[in-house]
Write a protein that binds this ligand. Structure first.
Ligand code: ADP
Ligand code: MG
Length: 409
């Protein structure tokens, strides 16, 4: 396994740009994917959120475009599909940074943009187009976007695209790009919801990569929880965390209604925050994210739907104001902090009925998430105990009779 970017067969201009991005060593997914992609292989890769999947496909794509320079002006040669507009913009930004020492053109085509704005862009020569499936398909149907020149097709966050119902459109786009040479699929997970089945027609004898992030990449998130008696207690805990501990924080909330409640509550406490939720006008959403990213505000309230796929660098704290509905969603949420080498904290506020979920999460991530207390805000209720699954541990020695009985049942 390579340890340094310099071991990869990359042009100097690219190595320089990588260094300027502050990437000193490749992450696990990058070390495993880049050499395969450069060898012309199709790729089916999974790695947790925040482990550098973007550069894992952007770097080899840029190298490919330089190894096989275009001979004349023309349409895009690399197409990257992402589930959301924000993600498309972020991928394009990252690609522009890495391509800064080249003349390669990078454009985005997404919904939420006026059709005229795309006209110029579609007429000009592009090397890489980053697009959301829906809008791109409209242009293809109107014969305004030509897929015949696409040599690389990349699907980013394939699991999210499927979740969001883009499967059929992506299939059609794949058909449109049938002259391509290589296909790369990246996902946080390859399990569940049919990513595997979906990929069968898209990929040609892919290299399958399940990147276990290295210790250095993982392990930087401290996780703990506070028990809350009720809503009021929960809000007091949150206020304390936001004012006393957190720096740059995402607070996750279950529903839009609850988000609105919390927002007005925080406002009345003079705690400023921005917020995003599903079904929000695009410009307001972008504005909220920009204010948070630029540091105008340090608290972002979000629902899971709204927060899909957004990369917000330098988040110090993720707070689960409401517990997620699955351990998988928990991992997605906390993956937003401690990105690639930075430290982070993930704090959950747990009501009595959330306790089983907290324990399920602990088992799922194979880590013991400890409870912490804040003076003056200790919970009044006793920690609920839920029946554990049968485990024949030490007491099997002391009470052999009982154990035998239990077994018969
Ligand atoms: P993912 O797509 O896996 O969720 P991203 O590609 O969004 O992750 O990367 C997460 C963050 O890590 C970004 O801010 C990115 O700039 C940074 N990053 C990527 N690769 C490296 C690296 N090799 N070293 C340090 N930081 C990196
Ligand atoms: Mg990503």
């Amino acid at each position: 396994m390579i340890k340094n970017f310099s071991e990869l067969d990359l042009d100097l201009n690219l190595l320089d740009a990588i260094e300027e991005c502050g990437f000193t060593r490749p992450t696990q997914i990058q070390a495993e994917s880049i050499p395969q992609a450069l060898n012309g292989k199709d790729i089916l890769a999974s790695a947790p959120t925040g482990t550098g999947k973007t550069a894992a496909f952007v770097i080899p794509a840029l190298q490919y475009l330089q190894d096989f320079p275009r001979k004349q002006a023309g349409p895009a040669r690399v197409l990257i599909l992402t589930p959301t507009r924000e993600l498309a913009m972020q991928v394009a930004d990252q690609a522009r940074l890495l391509a800064k020492n080249t003349k390669l053109n990078i454009a985005t085509i997404t919904g939420g943009v006026m059709y005229q704005e795309h006209a110029e862009l579609l007429a000009a020569t592009q090397d890489i187009v980053v697009a959301t499936p829906g809008r791109l398909m409209e242009y293809i149907e109107a014969e305004r976007f030509d897929c015949r020149a696409i040599e690389w097709l990349v699907l980013d966050e394939a699991d999210r695209m499927l979740d969001m119902g883009f499967g059929p459109i992506v299939d059609r786009l794949s058909g449109e790009c049938r002259w391509r040479k290589q296909t790369l699929l990246f996902s946080a997970t390859l399990e569940g919801k049919g990513v595997e089945g979906f990929t069968a027609d898209l990929l040609n004898e892919p290299e399958r990569i399940d990147a276990e992030p290295s210790r250095r990449e993982r392990k930087k998130i401290s996780q703990w929880y506070h028990r809350a008696d009720d809503m009021e207690h929960k809000q007091a805990l949150l206020k304390h965390l936001l004012t006393e501990q957190a720096e740059k924080t995402i607070v996750f909330i279950k529903t839009r209604e609850r988000l609105a409640d919390l927002r007005s509550k925080l406002e009345s406490e003079q705690i400023t925050c921005s917020w995003i939720q599903g079904e929000m006008p695009q410009d307001r959403r972008n504005n909220a994210i920009r204010r948070f990213r630029d540091g105008e505000v340090n608290i972002l309230l979000a629902t899971d739907v709204a927060a899909r796929g957004i990369d917000l660098p330098d988040i110090s704290h993720v707070i689960n104001y409401d517990m997620p509905r699955s351990a998988d969603v928990y991992l997605h949420r906390i993956g937003r902090t401690a990105r690639a080498g930075k430290k982070g904290c993930a704090i959950s506020l747990v009501e009595a009925h959330d306790q089983p979920m907290m324990e399920r999460i602990s088992r799922y991530i194979k880590e013991d998430i400890k409870e912490r207390f804040i003076d003056g805000l200790r919970p009044k209720h006793k920690k609920p105990v839920f029946k554990k699954k049968k485990k024949n541990k030490p007491d099997s020695k002391t009470k052999p009779a009982k154990k035998a009985k239990a077994k018969k049942k």
